[in-house]
Design a protein around this ligand. Structure first.
Ligand SMILES: [Zn+2]
Ligand SMILES: [Zn+2]
Length: 268
């Protein structure tokens, strides 16, 4: 029986990386911490680093790509990113072979082994940011973080994925009353900033209706959010809509530092 394994290794403004595998091949999405820390978390979870065939980047912000060049060189694998993301990364990725620089279009698909990978454009203040859906036959998992607002475009791409890593960056009250300068508060809440817990709750309801069964809340701010609050906000909102967390859908929170666990879905 085929299954897709999905393991968030780091999630948040101090670094992001996720390991996705179908048991034969694997992909690492984003590398916003050092290569050695990413490899250490993969090892700690007992996942196989020798299966990694590619790295995919969502966008050029350093919390997503600061370790991407060293990781690609260490594993000798290509990096897939949009043209805008490559331009934004500039020399940050360091020296790569021509074959390691793969340019994709946001909205297009490509394959790594048996896994089909679809990129979809996300509204965020980066050159050409995207999220990804990883599919193996009829099962799929998605990364939907660094998103300024909910729109049908990305939500329809992520709909019906069995597992979704969904951004719940900040609690609105905490952000507004918190220490960030006014401009930064405005940026975070802007149409090209980040999703709040309330936004995540709205998206989570739509995902539940589409058949998503595991939602991992991620990219949480250290200053303007905490996992219990994000979980409570989303679970209460779902309960108000008649969705029972724990029965209809499993909601969890990704850790900022270190692996959150190994999620899986199988084709039945
Ligand atoms: Zn980010
Ligand atoms: Zn970002």
């Amino acid at each position: 029986m085929r299954q897709l394994v999905f393991a968030p290794l780091f999630s948040g403004s101090s670094g992001n990386a996720t390991y996705i595998s179908d048991g034969r091949d694997a992909v690492i999405a984003d590398a916003g911490v050092s290569a050695s820390r990413i490899l250490a978390e993969i090892g700690r979870l007992g996942l196989d680093v020798s299966l990694v065939r590619a790295i995919v980047a969502t966008h050029e912000h350093s919390d997503h790509v600061s370790g991407i060049g060293p990781l690609a060189r260490k594993l000798d694998v290509p990096i897939f990113a949009t043209r805008g993301t490559w331009e934004g990364m500039g020399r940050q990725a360091g020296k790569l072979n021509e074959g390691q620089r793969r340019v994709i279009e946001a909205g297009s698909g490509f394959s790594v082994g048996d896994m089909d990978i679809l990129s979809f454009p996300t509204p965020h203040d980066a050159n050409e940011s995207c999220g990804y859906v990883f599919s193996l036959g009829r099962v799929s998992a998605a990364i939907a973080t660094d998103i300024g607002h909910i729109n049908e475009n990305w939500l329809s791409c992520v709909s019906a994925c069995g597992i979704v890593l969904l951004e719940a960056d900040y609690d609105r009250e905490m952000l507004l009353s918190g220490p960030y300068p006014f401009e930064l508060k405005r940026r975070i809440q802007g149409k090209k900033g980040h999703l709040s817990n309330d936004d995540a709750a709205g998206a989570a309801f739509r995902l539940c209706c589409s058949g998503t069964r595991q939602i991992i809340l991620g990219h949480m701010s250290k200053i303007n959010n905490f996992p219990e609050l994000a979980l409570k906000t989303v679970e209460n909102a779902l309960a108000d809509e008649g969705v029972c967390p724990g029965r209809d859908v499993y909601i969890s929170a990704a850790l900022r530092e270190g692996a959150s666990g190994v999620y899986s879905i199988r084709e039945d």
